[in-house]
Design a binder for this molecule. Structure first.
Ligand code: TYM
Length: 333
């Protein structure tokens, strides 16, 4: 098996949740444990595309790094660093913004969702955000990028930028064409309150998500209150497409236990939802409680987290500075 070069990032905007875990961080850990070369970034420059309180940002950068470690990312095997401590990211982002086309950016659905109705008032940073993301990935020659489904379009843009640069500068292999690694069966965890909406940090109701810092009692309570419907437990995978809330809860169970959906439907056949929710709570608590406890423990040791970030930044600076030098040379600087 050829080893992959992995890069991925998570925004330090607080409230990391089960969607971040299932869609992204769980896969980071698996890729690391397969001995791939891994770089995981706390993307603090992305976070400021919407206004952040500086004190909260500092706390959230540490908490995101602590969450990586609590989930199983080992700083002696993988590089963990924060984006703003490596200047090559901002510099490359500018250079690539001269390659990306306005038409490509204006198709980005996440910008449309995040900017809402009044697009004129959104920051320019929010609009060009996918270019910074492309810079993150291309700087390290990443071959594979593990992300949740919502980042697929941004990765396609990174691929387009890479291809256009290589073509425009007649430099066929200068940038790699990164492959997305997105789970086929369950890569979008939905809100516990509305199966049509993504589980998200910014949703006002805390009952809509399971935070990675929730304790067992909170998790059990949130799952108890999760929306279901009045029909019996499904016995056919095809039924799930018209029952988004049920599909989501089953997806969470299947993803955390690695149990195939058809086996799961068989296991709970004839049971009621309160029984299923009880079992789901056990599964989620078993996975999340140790993470939540470890985040709390690491929270008491900011010196250790700062040291991990500083060592990671040193390595990331070494890796990226040569690439940015070569890139500038291509432009004629
Ligand atoms: P962010 O911080 O919004 O989310 C971090 C990761 O969590 C995944 N995710 C989900 N997966 C499944 N279901 C959900 N409900 C859910 N919510 C979030 C996201 O897909 C993501 O993988 N732009 C990125 C961060 C980024 C990045 C990068 C990623 C910056 N540079 C380079 C990869 C490579 C973002 O805002 O993710």
């Amino acid at each position: 098996m050829t080893l992959k070069k992995i890069f991925s990032g998570v925004q330090p905007t607080g409230n990391l949740h089960l969607g971040n875990y299932i869609g992204a961080i769980k896969n980071f850990v698996e890729l690391q444990n397969e001995n791939n070369e891994c770089i995981f970034c706390v993307v603090d420059l992305h976070a400021i595309t919407v206004k952040q309180d500086p004190k909260d940002l500092k706390k959230n950068i540490r908490e995101t790094a602590a969450t990586f470690i609590a989930c199983g990312i080992d700083p002696s095997k993988s590089i963990i660093f924060n984006q703003s401590s490596v200047p090559a990211h901002s510099e490359t982002s500018w250079l690539l913004s001269c390659i990306a086309r306005i038409g490509w950016l204006s198709r980005m659905t996440q910008f449309k969702e995040k900017a809402g109705k009044d697009k004129e008032k959104a920051s320019v940073g929010l609009y060009v955000y996918p270019i910074l993301m492309a810079a993150d990935i291309l700087l390290y020659d990443a071959t594979h990028v593990p992300v949740g489904e919502d980042q697929k379009q941004h990765l396609e843009l990174a691929r387009d930028i890479s291809k256009k640069f290589n073509n425009d500068f007649n430099a066929p292999n200068f940038f790699k064409i990164p492959e997305p690694l997105i789970h086929k069966s369950f890569a979008r965890v939905m809100s516990l309150k509305d199966g049509e909406k993504k589980m998200s940090k910014s949703e006002t109701s805390d009952l809509s998500r399971i935070n990675l810092t929730d304790d067992a009692e909170t998790i059990i309570n949130k799952i108890k209150k999760a929306k279901t419907d009045i029909d019996p437990f499904p016995n056919d995978v095809n039924n799930l497409n018209t029952r988004p809330e049920i599909k989501n809860l089953i997806g969470i169970y299947s993803s955390l236990t690695d149990m195939k959906i058809d086996l799961l439907l068989n296991k709970f056949n004839g049971k009621n939802f309160s029984f299923f929710k009880e079992k789901l709570s056990e599964v989620v608590v078993e996975k999340i409680s140790p993470i939540s406890n470890e985040i709390k423990r690491l929270g008491k040791d900011p010196g250790y987290i700062d040291q991990v970030l500083s060592e990671g930044s040193k390595k990331a600076n070494e890796l990226s500075s040569k690439k940015v030098r070569d890139l500038k040379e291509k432009f004629g600087f």
